[in-house]
Design a protein around this ligand. Structure first.
Ligand SMILES: NC(=O)c1ccc[n+]([C@@H]2O[C@H](COP(=O)([O-])OP(=O)(O)OC[C@H]3O[C@@H](n4cnc5c(N)ncnc54)[C@H](OP(=O)(O)O)[C@@H]3O)[C@@H](O)[C@H]2O)c1
Length: 296
């Protein structure tokens, strides 16, 4: 059955790990007929009781629907899972996390096998999937026609944001946001390391830290404006020369507290280099120029 009584199209989902299972449950709750496949069959059995049709192989699952979503461990597992599948006439949405290069190569591969291809980058954790108020969504890029055809079904599981025809763009957006998140996490780890052995209540410190990070998040927007205009000096509030002095105080404080400086040093070094090049009157956005300086 390719459509159910409500006219909703069938979805095929390959991969029932934590994320795949959350996606499966979201489509089932939204009333979509669903065919699932997982390498380890026991994980699919749980969903059979919830209304999913379980395919015996990935090839059988692919044959069941035009819309095929792969949510597997990595790009290699997508290749091996689909090795025997007939992708002709299928729309393959690969929401497995990967690099932009892997997505572009996978798009070529899928097109060569007769499928339309869209790559996805999931900006959610499993409990956010299927909850329209969670703020979770998926970046998609690749075939716009395939995205538009399936947007309603995709959006039944999570928000869907299309970022371009280049299949690598979804993964690029995904990894850019995750990279910024890791920067934030590294700062949080350092801040807790500084205070945890003192008479500081971490429960009382936490809202101070969270509030400060939220207040500083506006740097994202000023950074984008500066990089687009190329103007790094007009209206600078906290210039790099001052920030370098601040960074040295941060390093000395870490040493006083017996905390490793390994998370702070790379960023402090970058600021020092930019100031040494005569850019002490800029703010942080100019550091992007250093990071991309060796790009061809
Ligand atoms: N979980 C999250 O919070 C989260 C958030 C955003 C994005 N994602 C992304 O979503 C994707 C899936 O994540 P997950 O949390 O569901 O991972 P997971 O729980 O580790 O599940 C991995 C899935 O990949 C399958 N798999 C692994 N190697 C395979 C192979 N060689 N051939 C076929 N299937 C293979 C596993 O099958 P078996 O059951 O047989 O092992 C399982 O279905 C990843 O790319 C992840 O980065 C996850």
């Amino acid at each position: 059955m390719n459509r159910n009584a409500t006219g909703k199209p069938r979805v095929t989902l390959l991969g029932l790990g934590d994320m795949g299972t959350a996606l499966a449950r979201a489509w089932l709750s939204a009333g979509y007929p669903l065919t699932v496949w997982n390498r380890t069959p026991s994980r699919a059995e749980r969903l059979a009781g919830e209304g999913a049709d379980v395919a015996a192989s990935a090839a059988e699952a692919v044959a069941a629907s035009r819309l095929v979503v792969a949510c597997l461990l990595d790009d290699g597992s997508v290749g091996s899972a689909l090795a025997d599948a007939d992708l002709r006439g299928r729309d393959l949405f690969n929401v497995t996390t990967g690099t932009p290069g892997e997505a572009r190569a996978r798009a070529e591969w899928a097109r060569g096998l007769g499928a339309r291809f869209v790559s996805g980058g999931i900006m959610a954790v499993p409990p956010m999937v299927g909850d329209p108020d969670s703020g979770g969504y998926v970046f998609y890029s690749g075939s716009r026609e395939a995205f538009e055809e399936h947007e309603e079904a995709l959006s039944a599981a999570t928000g869907a944001v299309f970022v371009g025809a280049d299949a690598g763009l979804a993964d690029l957006h995904d990894v850019a946001l995750l990279s910024a998140m890791n920067g934030m996490f590294s700062g949080i780890a350092h801040a807790f390391a500084l205070v945890r052995n003192e008479e500081v209540s971490l429960g009382e410190f936490a809202p101070l830290l969270s509030g400060w990070l939220t207040a500083m998040a506006g740097a994202v927007h000023t950074g984008a404006e500066r990089l687009e205009s190329g103007d790094h000096t007009t209206g600078v509030v906290s210039n790099l020369a001052m920030q370098v002095r601040g960074a040295r105080t941060m390093l000395r404080t870490a040493e006083e507290q017996g905390v490793s400086t390994e998370l702070l040093e790379p960023y402090a070094d970058l600021m020092e280099r930019r100031v040494a090049q005569g850019h002490g009157d800029e703010d942080n956005a100019g550091l992007v120029e250093l990071l991309t300086a060796s790009r061809p």
